[in-house]
Design a protein around this ligand. Structure first.
Ligand code: FAD
Length: 383
């Protein structure tokens, strides 16, 4: 009997790959394993679902059953892979079941990072990294108004905007001196801060959260500057870490992510990886567009047409309606300088080298209209 191609993970990476593979191969059995419900949803919508009135039920686009039918694949929800044995091409599941694969694709995603805070309220800290987390968050939010967010990065700022729009009192804490410190030059961060403050968000910057204490029904948070914030909910959005433990235990090379080449292949020829868990030629890019490009290439490779992944410039849209933002970061280690044009409605920040070649940009407010023209001038992220 022909062993299936097994995809571990039913997120955007797993499902997009299955869809792409089916374009070139309708016959080979495909099995998708997921430790969650296996339904398909758009993860980026989790951080702007409140304002649009969406719940975890309405965010679910298709059940696992429906996806299986649509893609002509088998799906096993609530099936966590605990061991990979590359020598026998076998997977072991949490319930002890053993499965054999012809080719294995790891689409495991990333875990939310937990801050090392002290206090008896630490276990009450929430994070939203999947649909089940979102359901839990919405249940906890019921009847509450005060929400404090740890982390003023992309996800923290998006939640801050969403919560403030729906009438919550939102505090955001970050050790950086500006929001979106990894994506925007300081002037851009300041601009975003002003726009979010205008809808009621309160920022605490250059400061760390240290201690969380449970006081009756609420939490008392102490910051490194001694300030105290009483809050109903504490939402952590301090970043994600690729899920590498399973691969590492199997002897697959890992670094920040699961290490693959441009064919998305690990050091084992029959084991591939893509999505938030992966590091392609040194790049960890936990966003939608890299997954789409990777899935297209890997779909062809699995269909016997080896295809390397190439990344064009892939701007990221920050979903903060109070301050529309589009950013395309320069490749790490490229030398250049930000040139910033600012007025009351917009910021146009261009990152250029000494010959004025455009390497990256950050557009805020009305300047986002220039996105298409500027993107066309950017170099690819990976050739
Ligand atoms: C709130 C939020 C907002 C975002 N907004 C944007 C945005 O605006 N733009 C953008 O480009 N990106 C955004 N992102 C990032 C984007 O959503 C992710 O890059 C993408 O969804 C990751 O998909 P994935 O399939 O790699 O991982 P995931 O969706 O996390 O899927 C991982 C899958 O692996 C399964 N799994 C893990 N371990 C095992 C195991 N051992 N056994 C079996 N199954 C396992 C899980 O159950 C899950 O099904 C956002 C992310 C978040 C959290």
């Amino acid at each position: 009997m022909k062993q299936p191609v097994i995809i571990v993970g039913s997120g955007l990476a797993g499902y997009t790959l299955a869809r792409e593979f089916r374009k070139s191969d309708n016959e080979t059995p495909v099995l998708i394993l997921s430790r969650d419900h296996g339904g398909f949803y758009s993860k980026p919508t989790l951080s702007n679902a409140l304002a649009t009135g969406k719940t975890s039920t309405s965010l679910l686009i298709s059940s696992a059953e429906h996806m299986a039918e649509k893609l002509k694949v088998a799906i096993r929800p609530y099936s966590q892979v605990t061991i990979i044995e590359p020598s026998s091409k076998t997977l072991v599941l949490l319930d002890g079941a053993k499965l054999h694969y012809s080719q294995l694709i790891l689409a495991l995603g990333a875990d939310s990072i937990d801050l090392p805070l002290k206090g008896d309220g630490v276990k009450m800290i929430l994070s939203v990294n999947d649909l089940d987390d979102y359901h839990h968050f919405r249940c906890k939010l019921e009847g509450k108004k005060r929400v404090t967010i740890l982390g003023a990065g992309l996800i923290g700022c998006e939640f801050a905007n969403d919560l403030a729009t729906t009438g919550c009192h939102v505090h955001v804490i970050d050790i950086s001196s500006q929001p979106l410190g990894r994506l925007l030059p300081q002037a851009g961060g300041n601009f975003l801060q002003r726009k979010l403050e205008a809808i009621g968000v309160v920022f605490h910057l250059d400061v760390a959260a240290q201690h969380v204490e449970k006081v009756g029904e609420f939490l008392r948070l102490t910051l490194s500057n001694g300030k105290i914030i009483d809050t109903d909910l504490l939402l952590s959005a301090v970043g994600l870490r690729p899920r590498i433990a399973l691969a590492k235990a199997a002897g697959i090379e890992v670094n920040r992510g699961i290490v693959v080449n441009q064919l998305l292949q690990t050091r084992y020829p029959d084991i591939y990886a893509l999505g938030d868990c992966v590091e392609v030629e040194g790049k960890v890019l936990p966003f939608v567009m890299p997954i789409i490009h990777a899935a297209r290439a890997l779909g062809l490779t699995l269909g016997n047409k080896p295809t390397q992944v190439h990344y064009p410039a892939m701007p990221v849209l920050v979903k903060t309606p109070a301050c529309p933002i589009i950013v395309s970061l320069p490749n790490p280690n490229t030398k250049g300088e930000w040139q910033i044009e600012e007025n009351k409605d917009s910021i146009k920040a261009l990152f250029q080298d000494t010959e004025k070649n455009l390497l990256g940009y950050a557009l805020l407010g009305l300047a986002t209209a220039e996105r298409a023209a500027l993107t066309a001038r950017l170099p690819p992220v990976m050739q």
